[in-house]
Design a protein around this ligand. Structure first.
Ligand SMILES: C[S@@+](CC[C@H](N)C(=O)[O-])C[C@H]1O[C@@H](n2cnc3c(N)ncnc32)[C@H](O)[C@@H]1O
Length: 243
């Protein structure tokens, strides 16, 4: 992939500070089915395996964002160029590719450690050709393949959980909005500590941030989950906005 601008900090779930709310309970490696409360006629099959990293199991914001996209964006993403950041095993991107009407391939991206799990889950759901796995390290220059793809819908679920990675994530979000100023980032996260809201404050300075309507919001906000859209502040967008 393209040259590095800053090193990616290492994350060990075991190194998490004590002020964090508990991470999702540890699960043994297994394959599970997800239909997002009936929003997918054919349940998504997802292999979860924590041996390659914390993204190897599904996180709560991923469940919220996947269900939101299936419920509200089943038909309006046909021409979108969708990319997921920090996809882990690919829960959100694979759900969108399975349940939404898309004409373009969808990228699920993460660090090298998650690459084989993403590929495995693409195959489990027979989504080869419709979903591509790619390595995208936050904070690094975007690979030419992504630059050429020009994503205009970006999905990010539970990517706010490790403070040293916040500036890297901000860089990548900014790079993506510079690359495609009409893009919308769907950003769902769970507040686990005060620093998570600092990330949001930084995002509010840099982007046009709006809370996204979802009829489940009263339920998930009680669990500390937030769903926002981030858009470019500076550019006049052409075409219709979604969300
Ligand atoms: C908490 S998991 C969320 C996984 C999935 N989105 C979900 O909601 O279930 C965060 C993901 O971000 C990825 N990640 C962390 N730091 C990253 C970085 N610097 N560059 C790219 N991905 C990163 C991790 O590998 C992990 O898969």
């Amino acid at each position: 992939m393209a040259g590095s601008r800053s090193p990616t900090p290492e994350f060990s779930p075991l190194a998490v500070g004590v002020d964090l709310a508990p991470l999702p309970a540890y699960k043994a490696a297994a394959t599970a089915g997800f239909d997002f409360d009936g929003h997918l006629a054919k349940p998504l099959r997802l292999h979860e395996d924590l041996t390659s990293g914390c993204g190897g199991q599904t996180w709560p914001a991923g469940m919220v964002l996947a269900k939101h996209m299936l419920r509200y964006h089943q038909k309006d993403l046909r021409e979108s160029r969708i990319l997921e950041l920090g996809a882990g095993g690919g829960l959100v991107g694979l759900a969108v590719a399975s349940g939404c009407e898309l004409e373009n391939p969808l990228y699920i991206t993460d660090q090298l450690e998650m690459f084989s799990l993403m590929g495995h889950n693409i195959e489990l759901n027979e989504l080869q050709g419709r979903v591509k796995a790619a390595i995208l390290n936050w904070g690094e220059a975007l690979a030419q393949e992504i630059v050429d793809f020009q994503p205009d819908v970006i999905l990010a679920a539970d990517c706010v959980y490790f403070e040293p990675a916040f500036p890297l994530l901000m860089t990548t979000l900014s790079d993506l909005l510079s690359l495609c100023p009409s893009a919308t980032i769907y950003f769902c996260f769970k507040k686990r500590r005060r620093a998570d809201m600092q990330f949001l404050k930084k995002a509010q300075k840099a982007f046009d941030v709006a809370e996204v309507h979802d009829e489940d919001r009263p339920v998930f906000s009680r669990q500390g989950l937030f769903l926002y859209s981030f858009r470019s502040k500076t550019t006049n967008r052409t075409g219709s906005q979604i969300g």
